[in-house]
Design a protein. Structure first.
Length: 531
């Protein structure tokens, strides 16, 4: 495969081949607004259906593939990814305007390969499947692979959340499922390079031919048919709320699982004592967080809640100055720029005032001026739905409450979010207010933080990158954090009085590995049954 002025092939059943589609599109360099050289096909339904049927055959073949072999595939993919890092990072920078160094090559890439290797370790260990054995009644259950998985990747993390490399991909594979990757239109070339590495790794480890397949784009109706396909196991989607909810409606109607990561404004509460104690540090932390990746993180602090206090106006003024001084970054696409314009317009129409910024431009290529808005809590409470509109980019809204009771009302009006944070002083003067608001915020976020901005998402078994609707579709699941993320792409399967030699290895009396934890007669153990 080489980069040239051509329409790139799709990957179907282990074969790179020309699409049968008659339509195509091109990605754009966000810094120059110019189309990149290659074009990519829009797959018609017969091609999509063929990929799904090949994936279903691969799923049947995977029943005879050991977890160790699946782990070998994930490790091999990570190795090939690192070997090809220069070309992948170079193209990702061209398509996204995210800096090759340090963002892509030294931060996101090792995070992604580390995630793949964590998934490999989970596949080998098998404890993610939670084998449960009731010896008295001879009933045994475990989580097992569910079927072909379709992954829709977002525009902002071409590797770590990419459809052919990211967290959903790694979790689906580690759980024993084949994946159909639907590339994001902002970085189709980067996704192609990743799918090449994944396909080469699959061939090197004797995986089924359709272990990983790649489609670049579908039309809206075919996307709905895909997520509701009779052969699909589940879908993982990260992207806009409108597109995600349209897919969810189709999947729900067909009774098919779909895991969505949609929008989140990630409220940050900064209490007066914290400002009095460390205002400069707080402003620095906020500026770093809100402008990281030009604000195009799903955990970007989009709303800051403040109490009216003598420290508040000086803090807002300081942040305004820093917004004015900070360089304006490049946005991922023309669509993001247009979305920013629409979102800021919606916030203004609902009563928010522009402290600084508020218009497109100011940077290289697709851009929007660093934007800070402000609104009173009373105005926010008059139209909380509109004033929670996500401005995906380098913008944030300050909401100023008259007192603690009004602050509580604002928190109670919030939709579900991925994160929520409270900054309080270290001397205890804010503790009484914290005790009143923290339980309210806790119920509305997946991850609660103290004295720390929400932008970073650590790849840790204890991490929850999820939250109440509409941040995600299912508050009980996480997109980051192995082994929990694997169970999204699994079915709970029960074996009642099944003969011992017919049971999966994980449910037989003999523990198949030295590390597998099993719940045997209500006790977690690594022992054999009866040991």
């Amino acid at each position: 495969m080489t980069d040239s002025a051509m329409t790139q092939p799709v990957l179907i059943n282990g074969e790179w081949r020309a699409s049968v589609g008659t339509r195509s599109f091109r990605a754009h360099n966000p810094k120059t607004r110019e189309a990149t050289p290659d074009s990519y096909p829009v797959s018609p339904w017969p091609e999509i259906d063929e990929a799904m049927r090949a994936s279903a055959r691969a799923f049947e073949q995977l029943r005879w593939v050991s977890p160790d072999q699946i782990a070998e595939f994930l490790d091999k993919f990570a190795d090939l990814f690192e070997e090809r890092r220069s070309r992948i990072s170079e193209l990702a920078e061209l398509e996204t305007a995210l800096a090759r160094e340090p963002r892509l090559n030294s931060v996101e890439l090792p995070r992604t390969t580390g995630q793949l290797r964590q998934a490999a370790a989970a596949a080998r260990d098998r404890s993610w499947s939670m084998p449960t054995i009731d010896t008295e009644n001879n009933v045994r259950t475990m989580f097992s692979a569910i079927g072909p998985i379709v992954v829709f990747g977002p525009n902002n993390f071409p590797m770590a959340f990419g459809s052919a490399s990211g967290g959903d991909f790694a979790a689906a594979i580690a759980a024993g499922n084949p994946v159909i990757a639907k590339a994001n239109s902002s970085h189709p070339g980067t996704t192609r390079l990743l799918a090449e590495a994944a396909n080469d790794a699959a061939a090197a480890t004797a995986m089924p031919a359709a272990m990983v397949q790649l489609l670049y784009r579908t039309d809206h109706d075919d996307g709905k048919k895909l997520v509701s396909h009779p052969l699909i196991g589940a879908t993982g989607y990260t992207g806009s709320r409108s597109a995600g909810l349209a897919l969810k409606e189709a999947a729900d109607k067909a009774g098919k699982l779909i895991y969505l990561e949609l929008s989140s404004i990630n409220p940050v509460v900064i209490l007066p004592g914290a400002i009095r104690e460390r205002a400069d540090d707080l402003a620095n932390e906020f500026i770093t967080s809100v402008f990281m990746g030009t604000g195009q993180f799903c955990t970007n602090p989009g709303v800051v809640l403040l109490l009216e206090h003598e420290t508040t106006a000086p803090f807002v003024s300081d942040v305004q100055s820093r917004f004015n001084e900070a360089p304006v970054g490049t946005l991922l696409s023309e669509g993001v720029e247009q979305s920013m314009t629409a979102s800021i317009g919606a916030l203004k129409s609902a009563g928010a005032t522009v402290v600084t910024g508020g218009s497109s431009g100011g940077g290289e290529g697709y851009s929007f001026n660093n934007t800070l808005l402000q609104v009173t809590a009373a105005t926010f409470l008059a139209d909380p739905e509109t004033l929670q509109c996500e401005a995906f980019g380098n913008a944030s809204l300050f909401v100023i409450a008259d007192d603690t009771a009004q602050l509580q009302d604002v928190i109670n009006s919030l939709e579900g979010n991925l994160t929520g944070c409270v900054y309080s002083d270290t001397g205890g003067s804010d503790d009484a207010v914290y005790d009143e608001i923290a339980p309210l915020l806790r119920a509305r976020v997946g991850r609660l933080l103290n004295d720390k901005m929400p932008t970073g998402v650590l790849v840790s078994p204890a991490m929850n990158h999820g939250g109440p609707y509409p941040a995600t579709a299912h508050a009980g699941f996480t997109a980051v954090g192995i082994p929990a993320s694997l169970r999204r792409f699994a079915a709970l399967q029960c074996y009642d009085a099944v003969r011992p030699n017919r049971l999966p290895p994980e449910l037989q009396d003999t523990n198949p590995t030295a590390s597998l934890w099993r719940l045997i007669d209500s006790q977690w153990t690594r022992n054999h049954v009866g040991a």
